[in-house]
Each structure stands twice: as structure tokens, then as C-alpha cells.
Design a protein around this ligand. Structure first.
Ligand SMILES: NC(=O)c1ccc[n+]([C@@H]2O[C@H](COP(=O)([O-])OP(=O)(O)OC[C@H]3O[C@@H](n4cnc5c(N)ncnc54)[C@H](O)[C@@H]3O)[C@@H](O)[C@H]2O)c1
Length: 441
């Protein structure tokens, strides 16, 4: 079986790697392939991002601008908005968004749009890999027909695989290159080519028997997190009532060396993946006449958490003889998790909405999010800039509400100067003095 020279190009690292979608997933992938010695091209519809990259500027906190500058200068990385140049890439990796639409059904329009762009210039000897998280059968049912529609045949003329991204932004221990990669091919030649390509850049490549296995495995990973987080969130509400500290309970349970993995409660789920991806499977299950009850229940509990936090906050303020209305409340953290600058699906926005609805005098601080971006689901949130945290400001607030436990915060100082700190993340666990001012929620 010929690969039209692609196998040799990958082995010799002369294959050009094209990545479509230069976001939190695509950009780290570019870095991994350039480090492995490949020339890369980056495709994005967002002209601003491409211009920044061309000027050697990164817009993702954990990707260093100097590194981007060097790659661009040395022509190891060429960012572009010209999709017609996809024909120049030998391997094309799709990392575009997979959100939910207004009725919480999968929005595959980015994948479809991108595949249509690839189809316009698809040529023999190209490998196309979908990395965007999606439900099983997407690659076969939504990507394959568009590419085969060109008259070329998958596994013969061009090659097709699915390989889920497992990026964990903000995790100092893991980046694209040291997270094992699953690969499921349309056919065995496609699978081998994709494995060979990733094998140069990623520490370990695991070949599975089909694209559907790889797609389903990714959703399993995310569903596992969503369900377990919902479970500890539910336990938190019970244990709170009973005066039992759920974080101490989890720390105790995790001393068991087998059969238990710790998950932690919080103000709600955030990020592009965990609150969204499992619902791709729910949608698919409906088509098959099945239900995904764990996913639905987890979604219900996790979505309720911001309401729970606000009801607790109201209680704590009440004890101080104050209503939410008119109280000065500062939310710490707009990003969805610690040490990242990504606000997507962050529960902080729901907290802000709920507090504003109740008439709070609201502000926020986030060292990684200098001003609140416009959020699709929160069109009514006013424009706000991150408020500088200083002793006088902290002392002026009725409540400081920790929504994201960024490492950059000095929690001792925050507690010292605040009147009431509501901690949804156990971020203040090591604070020694002023603990009487801390309430967990
Ligand atoms: N962020 C994560 O931690 C993470 C982890 C694992 C998997 N994923 C999955 O990876 C995929 C991408 O996520 P992300 O976080 O990188 O998203 P992102 O929004 O950060 O980046 C996507 C990029 O794609 C670009 N884009 C949109 N439509 C395009 C098109 N038609 N052609 C070219 N570019 C286009 C956007 O401008 C954007 O720059 C999603 O399916 C997501 O679920 C994300």
C-alpha cells in the first residue's frame, strides 16, 4: 500500500504539520511538533491571533512569546489565515472548538467548516487528524463524507484518524508532549501514519482499534471527571450542613492507596471541556433511544453550585446583619480554574450574574484576566476591570468571595484585611490567623 511518500516524509521529519485552530490546544501542539524538528503551519480564522503570532506575541499565558518569536523568525512556524494554503501541509490536525448550541446540542459547525476548507485542496498523500473533542462517530459521519466527496478515497489516496487532545492548561507537570496520545485510524495505514507522526512529538502513542474507540475514550475521561466532581459537590452540601469539612474528608479518604481518586468541590464547573463534552454523548444517546442519567444528574448538581454558593453567602452576610443588596462584594478569580487566563464557562460569571441580580455592589480581581471579556451567555454583565487588591480595598468590602484559587494570591494578606472571606476552593486552608473570618461554601 503506497502512502504517496507520506510515511517517508514523516520518518525523515520533512512532512509539514498544519494545525487548524490556534487556541489552547492548537498552539501547544505547534510547540510540540516544532520541538520535535518539524516545520509547522498554523491556520486560524481569527486575524488578530494570526497577526499577534506573526509579531511573535503569544496570547496564551503558558506559551512563551519569546519562543513564538523564535519559531516564526526561524520559519519553523508559519501562522496564516489563508485556508487555501492547507495544500502545503502534509499532515493536517484539526483543533477547532466544539461548543454546545443554545439548546445544548452539539455544534459541529466548526468541524464541518474546517473539513470543507480542507476538502477544497485535499491532495493525495495528506493525513487529516481530528483532535477536537466530540461524540463517537463524528469523524466517520461528519468528516469522512466531506473528504471522500472530493473523489479521493480515505486509506488509499489520503489518510484519516481521530486523536483526542488531553491538554490540561495550567498544569505545570503536563504539556502536549508528555501526555500519552490515543490514536484511532480510519484504516490501519491511516492509524500507522498518525502514530508515526505523533510518535516524534509525544512521549507515548497508544493505537486503538478504531476512530470511535478514541472518540469514546475522550468523552469517558471527561464524563468521569464531571460525575465525580458532581458527587463531591453533592457531598459538600450535605457535610456543610452537618458541620463536617468536606476537604478534610477528601484528604483523609485519599490516604487509601488504591480504589480512590480525589476530586474536589467548587463553585461549579468551568472550562471548555468538562461542562460541555459529556452532553455530546447525551445528545447521541437520545438518537439511540438511550439515556445518560449520570451525565444529566452530574450536570444538574454542578449547574446548581453557584446558586448554593450564593445562598450560603446570603446566610453569612445575614449573620452580620446585612442583605446582599447594597453589600460590597469582590469576587476573586474570573478564570475557570487556578493559574489560567481562560474564562470560558467559568462559574464566576454565574456568581456575578446572581449577585448583580440581588443588588450587590460588585467588583472582581483576577491577575490573569485584566478585564472581563464579553461572554455569550452573560450579555448583561457590565464591563469591569480587575480591581487592585490592597489592604484598604479589602477592608472596604463586606465579602471577598474566592471563586478561583490562583496561586498568585497571598491568602494570608487577603484574610488579614478582609472582613468576611467566603472560600469555595479551600484556598485558605494554610492561613493561620483570622480564621474566624473565613467561611467555606
Ligand atoms: N482547552 C482545553 O483544555 C482542551 C483540552 C482538551 C480538548 N480540548 C478540545 O480541543 C478543541 C479546541 O479547544 P481549544 O480550547 O483549543 O479552543 P480555542 O477556542 O482556544 O481555540 C480554537 C481556535 O480555533 C479557531 N477557529 C475557529 N473556527 C475555525 C475555522 N473554521 N478554521 C480555523 N480556525 C478556526 C478559533 O479562532 C480559535 O483560535 C475543542 O474541541 C476542545 O473541546 C480543549
Amino acid at each position: 500500500m503506497t502512502t504517496h511518500g507520506l510515511a517517508e516524509k514523516i520518518t525523515q521529519k520533512t512532512a509539514v504539520i498544519g494545525v487548524i485552530g490556534l487556541g489552547y490546544v492548537g498552539l501547544p501542539l505547534i510547540r510540540a511538533f516544532t520541538r520535535a524538528g518539524f516545520k509547522t503551519m498554523g491556520f486560524d480564522v481569527d486575524q488578530t491571533k494570526v497577526d499577534k503570532l506573526k509579531a511573535g506575541q503569544s496570547y496564551i499565558k503558558h506559551i512563551d512569546s519569546a519562543a513564538i518569536q523564535k519559531l516564526v523568525n526561524e520559519k519553523q512556524f508559519e501562522p496564516t489565515t489563508e485556508m487555501s494554503r492547507l495544500k502545503e501541509a502534509d499532515c493536517i490536525i484539526i483543533c477547532v472548538p466544539t461548543p454546545l448550541n443554545e439548546s445544548r446540542d452539539p455544534d459541529l459547525s466548526y468541524i464541518v467548516g474546517t473539513t470543507e476548507s480542507i476538502a477544497k485542496s485535499l491532495r493525495k498523500g495528506q493525513l487529516v487528524v481530528l483532535e477536537s473533542t466530540t461524540h463517537p462517530t463524528t469523524t466517520r459521519e461528519n468528516v469522512l463524507p466531506l473528504l471522500d466527496g472530493t473523489g479521493l478515497t480515505a486509506g488509499v489516496d489520503y489518510f484519516l484518524a481521530f486523536s483526542p487532545e488531553r491538554e490540561d492548561p495550567g498544569n505545570p507537570n503536563f504539556e502536549a508532549s508528555n501526555i500519552p496520545k490515543l490514536v484511532g485510524g480510519h484504516d490501519s495505514v491511516s492509524a500507522d501514519l498518525a502514530c508515526s507522526m505523533y510518535g516524534h512529538a509525544i512521549v507515548k502513542v497508544v493505537k486503538v482499534s478504531s476512530m470511535e474507540i478514541a472518540e469514546a475514550a475522550k468523552i469517558l475521561e471527561n464524563t468521569y471527571r464531571a460525575v465525580n466532581i458532581a458527587m463531591v459537590n453533592e457531598l459538600k452540601m450535605l457535610y456543610d450542613k452537618m458541620g463536617i469539612d468536606v476537604w478534610e474528608v477528601i484528604d483523609a479518604a485519599k490516604t487509601k492507596p488504591f480504589g480512590f481518586q480525589a476530586f474536589y468541590p467548587g463553585p461549579g464547573l468551568g472550562g471548555h471541556c468538562i461542562p460541555i463534552d459529556p452532553f455530546y454523548l447525551t445528545w447521541l444517546a437520545r438518537k439511540w433511544g438511550e439515556q445518560t442519567r449520570f451525565i444529566e444528574l452530574a450536570g444538574e448538581i454542578n449547574t446548581h453550585m453557584p446558586n448554593y454558593v450564593i445562598s450560603q453567602l446570603a446566610e453569612f452576610l445575614n449573620e452580620a446583619g446585612k442583605p446582599i443588596k447594597g453589600s460590597k462584594i469582590c469576587i476573586l478569580g474570573a478564570a475557570y480554574k487556578k493559574d489560567v487566563d481562560d474564562p470560558r464557562e467559568s462559574p464566576s460569571f454565574e456568581l456575578m450574574k446572581l449577585l448583580l441580580k440581588r443588588g450587590a455592589n460588585l467588583s472582581y480581581n483576577d491577575p490573569h484576566v485584566p478585564s472581563l471579556p464579553k461572554m455569550r451567555h452573560y450579555p448583561d454583565l457590565p464591563a469591569m476591570n480587575s480591581q487592585e487588591l490592597n489592604p484598604a480595598f479589602l477592608a472596604s468590602q463586606d465579602v471577598v468571595l474566592i471563586s478561583t484559587d490562583h496561586s498568585a494570591y497571598d491568602y494570608d494578606t487577603i484574610v488579614k484585611h478582609s472582613r468576611l472571606v467566603i472560600d469555595t476552593r479551600n484556598a485558605t486552608k494554610n492561613v493561620k490567623s483570622g480564621r474566624e473570618k473565613i467561611r467555606k461554601a
